[in-house]
Design a protein around this ligand. Structure first.
Ligand code: F6P
Length: 319
């Protein structure tokens, strides 16, 4: 047996732990494990390296991905998909493990349809894969953002300012939600729930000041965006000095938390167990405190929403 492993899409802390688990568990089965560099772009380019137990030493504690990552435009085309499937066949890959987010799973799904057995491991800081309650990288990214926001909050209080902090999440507000609650933010703007009503935010800032608050913290998801413009609007309407900070890529780096190392390890081992059992074209998931798996087409068809219990809690914390 020969299996390939790649990381694809935005990197996430813990991806290295998942690579390590796939390599070591695969080698334990007596298989060859091929590391494919730069995601699907590297697959198309045959950027392959033979993995040994030592090639994944000293990586569980490191952020990023030792296999590098990329977003491949070519794999979105039918021609690119056919070429990728042919490369897998030429190299004798019996299965391909794809560590990444929804976009990467779409690529994996296309290969599955062309007869290449695949397994997906959810790795993205965004926590936005519907079939799983956890995605590798979220905990570290949210903690990194939380620490940065705590610091911004201190200077914001000293200056009695309004602060808007923009966190990552192009189409998902989970980092904003968790960080907003964990830092005691007055307002949390998420693509899933924000209706674009900026007047309501301005009122919220004014009400906070009237009730004696010294500063006002707004956590804004990247998918809502326009943080600078919102800061200017709030300042013009309220007279309260307002500043925007975009945290950006610092959220994607850093040594993975214990949760990310453990999840990555358990999910990586599960991927190998699935292949060994002949259970292919599956996505590994975390549900009800257990590592489970779903058929890849079914997993991709699932939808994820921020639950009402989260949304109904937020106004109570704002007083
Ligand atoms: O998918 C993770 C993520 O960090 C998103 O939150 C963000 O919108 C996107 O990646 C940024 O991607 P890129 O690295 O291509 O700028």
């Amino acid at each position: 047996m020969t299996i390939g492993v790649l990381t694809s899409g935005g990197d996430a802390p813990g991806m290295n732990g998942a690579i390590r688990a796939v390599v070591r568990a695969g080698l334990s089965q007596g298989w060859r494990v091929i590391g494919i560099e730069r995601g699907f772009a590297g697959l198309l380019n045959e950027d392959f390296r033979e993995m040994s137990s030592r090639s994944v030493s000293e990586i569980i504690q490191r952020g990023g991905t030792i296999l590098y990552t990329a977003r491949s435009e070519e794999l979105m085309t039918l021609g690119g998909q056919a070429k990728a499937a042919a490369v897998c066949r030429e190299h004798g890959l019996d299965a391909l493990v794809v560590i990444g987010g929804d976009g990467s799973f779409k690529g994996a799904c296309a290969l599955a349809d062309l007869g290449i057995p695949v397994i997906g491991i959810p790795g993205t800081i965004d926590l936005d894969i519907a079939c799983t309650d956890y995605t590798i990288g979220f905990d570290t990214a949210a903690n990194t953002a939380m620490e940065a926001i705590d610091r911004i909050r201190e200077t914001s209080s000293s200056h009695e300012r309004c602060s808007i902090v923009e966190v990552m999440g192009r189409s998902a507000g989970y980092i904003a939600l968790y960080c907003g609650v964990a830092t005691g933010a007055e307002d949390i703007l998420m693509p899933e729930s924000f209706d674009g009503d900026e007047e309501a935010i301005i009122h919220s800032v004014m009400n906070g000041r009237k009730s004696g608050k010294k500063h006002h913290l707004i956590i804004n998801a990247e998918g809502v965006g326009h943080s600078e413009a919102l800061a200017k609007k709030i300042e013009a309407a309220t007279g309260i000095e307002s500043r925007a900070t975009i945290l950006g890529y610092l959220q994607r780096g850093g040594s993975p938390s214990v949760r990310d190392r453990i999840m990555a390890t358990r999910m990586g081992v599960k991927a190998v167990e699935l292949i060994a059992a002949g259970s292919l074209n599956r996505v590994v998931a975390f549900k009800n405190d257990d590592i489970v798996d779903f058929e890849i087409h079914e997993a991709l068809a699932m939808k994820k929403n921020i639950s009402d219990s989260w949304l109904s809690m937020l106004p109570m914390l704002k007083r």
